[in-house]
Write a protein that binds this ligand. Structure first.
Ligand code: ADP
Ligand code: MG
Length: 486
């Protein structure tokens, strides 16, 4: 469609657009360098190249998937904001992997782990799709579906959005996937609250190892581990069970807290664990608490679990929730306005699964009725979910906000320090916890360094009294309340 004489010349236009974008980009880079520092800039951002603009979206390229994911998780939001400030017509940034001539398209799914429907003795046969010559790996890559659970193909490093609360756990998982059984990372113990991505990371490790054709991987929940073990005892095949388990290169056990109080299964797991680690195999375990907090697990097991790398996934931040929503909205192909994403990220703070569920419903609705997603439609479609999340502020959030507001350390919320500068904010946090959550007084006391419920009662009446006396103080508390409720 390039025009001839004096006509519309698409090539010239594209070139002009390129050079204009290059000018904007160099200005953005200058700002980024100042914001993130030279080292961060050079490590992550310098590798970005600017691609085309399509309507309100600019595409930026990175050379590898890892970089793309990292940049998306860490800087995705910021890149969007900076581009929008430079060129108001650009409202979204799309990060893609550009590998010249081979992988310009978004990461393909064809290389996700094979999940044989019915395991057979020749599981080790090469997959029909694999046309490459057989590599010289010592052992065929496989997911031991006979032994364990199949991997969920949606859970890959690619689809995991990285942010401050999970970057350490992510980096550890990545490291284990790249180099299983490396000293210091065995076992890898991932812990954190419900719906924060533990299972997602474990499956990602499995998917990556299998994709690379490296090793045999078995993933299962601790619950399944127990049932398999019991079934093996019943059918008098424990030897076989043990041998199977001990033959894998990477064993991943999810939700280990399930084994609390199940002494025999714990014992079996402990032996399997030792046998595998001693044989130089990798173990990955997840739980809802750190090894030292998993009271109810045998001491020797806790000790061993804490011997490798322990990585926690913290509660999501607003920024991370926005990045996750953006990534999932982009993947869905439905345009979801930033306002709506912000609204969701404010309202649904507890776990990513719920956040994802809300967004999925919106997207399904938009697809079904062919209507654009708006804030009004969102409130309507998600009526019930939003209602359930109303006033569901967590005590941790309250403590964080209050500590930030008065510039004290978060740990002082549960410390024994009684200096006024610390004690007053702590009382305000207790007061707000009483007002904004449905937690009981003893529960609140416990979250503040195991204080007695009478301390909470005292805090509530003290703050109420002070608010009546001191309008400036009352305003501070009101402001905090509004911030927490929004
Ligand atoms: P957990 O095992 O910690 O309870 P999951 O790994 O099952 O949590 O995560 C719950 C849901 O949230 C999954 O659908 C997962 O894909 C999604 N999720 C959690 N964290 C992230 C993240 N950082 N990026 C993308 N998706 C995430
Ligand atoms: Mg899980």
């Amino acid at each position: 469609m390039t025009g001839g004489l004096g006509g519309y010349d698409a090539v010239a236009e594209a070139n002009a657009q390129k050079s204009v974008l290059a000018i904007h980009w160099s200005r953005i880079c200058e700002r980024l360098k100042v914001e993130v520092g030279e080292v961060e800039y050079r490590t992550w951002l310098r590798q970005i190249t600017v691609g085309p603009v399509d309507e309100d979206e600019i595409t930026l390229y990175l050379p590898t998937r890892f970089l793309r994911d990292w940049v998306r998780g860490q800087y995705g939001d910021r890149l969007g904001t900076l581009w929008n400030a430079e060129v108001p017509a650009i409202r979204r940034v799309e990060l893609q992997v550009a590998r010249p001539a081979t992988d310009a398209a978004p990461a393909g799914r064809e290389d996700t782990p094979p999940v044989p429907a019915a395991p057979s003795p020749d599981r080790a046969a090469p997959r029909p799709a694999a046309s490459a010559p057989v590599a010289e790996e010592p052992r065929p890559a496989e997911v031991r579906t006979d032994l364990a659970a199949p991997l969920d193909q949606r859970f890959t490093f690619d689809t995991f959005v990285v942010g401050k609360p999970n970057e350490f756990a992510y980096a550890c998982a990545r490291r284990v996937a790249e180099q299983p059984s490396s000293p210091g990372f065995n076992p890898l113990f991932l812990y954190g609250g419900v719906g924060l991505g533990k299972t997602h990371l474990m499956h990602s490790i499995g998917a990556e190892l299998v994709r690379e054709g490296r090793v045999s991987v078995a993933y299962m929940s601790a619950e399944k581990f127990m049932y398999r073990f019991i079934a093996a005892i019943r059918s008098q095949s424990t030897m076989e069970f043990k041998e199977q388990l001990r033959s894998v290169d990477v064993l991943m056990i999810d939700d280990l807290q399930f084994l609390i109080g199940k002494d025999n299964t714990q014992e079996e797991f402990f032996h399997t664990f030792n046998a595998l680690v001693d044989a130089g195999r990798q173990i990955v375990v997840s739980a809802d608490k750190s090894p030292s907090d998993l009271s109810g697990l045998e001491d020797r097991l806790r000790t061993r679990l804490g011997c490798g790398m322990v990585a926690d996934i913290h509660a999501t931040t607003f920024e991370l929730r926005i990045s996750i929503l953006e990534a999932k909205a982009t993947a869905s192909g439905v345009v979801v306005p930033a306002k709506v994403l912000e609204f969701l990220a404010h309202k649904i703070t507890s776990n990513v699964r719920e956040l994802e569920g809300a967004l999925n419903r919106l997207i399904a609705h938009a697809n079904l009725f062919g209507r654009p997603v708006t804030l009004e439609a969102t409130q309507d479609v998600l009526h019930d979910i939003l209602k359930a999340h109303d006033r569901r502020v967590t005590i941790e959030e309250i403590q964080r906000k209050v500590a930030e507001h008065w510039n004290i350390r978060l740990t002082d919320m549960s410390s024994a320090r009684r200096a006024r500068a610390v004690a007053r904010p702590r009382q305000v946090a207790m007061y707000l916890a009483k007002q904004l959550t449905s937690r009981s007084l003893p529960e609140i006391g416990r979250k503040f360094g195991n204080r007695d419920h009478t301390t909470v009662i005292h805090a509530v009446s003290r703050v109420t009294g002070l608010m009546a006396e001191d309008p400036a103080f009352a305003e501070d508390v009101e402001l905090l309340r509004r911030m927490l409720e929004s």
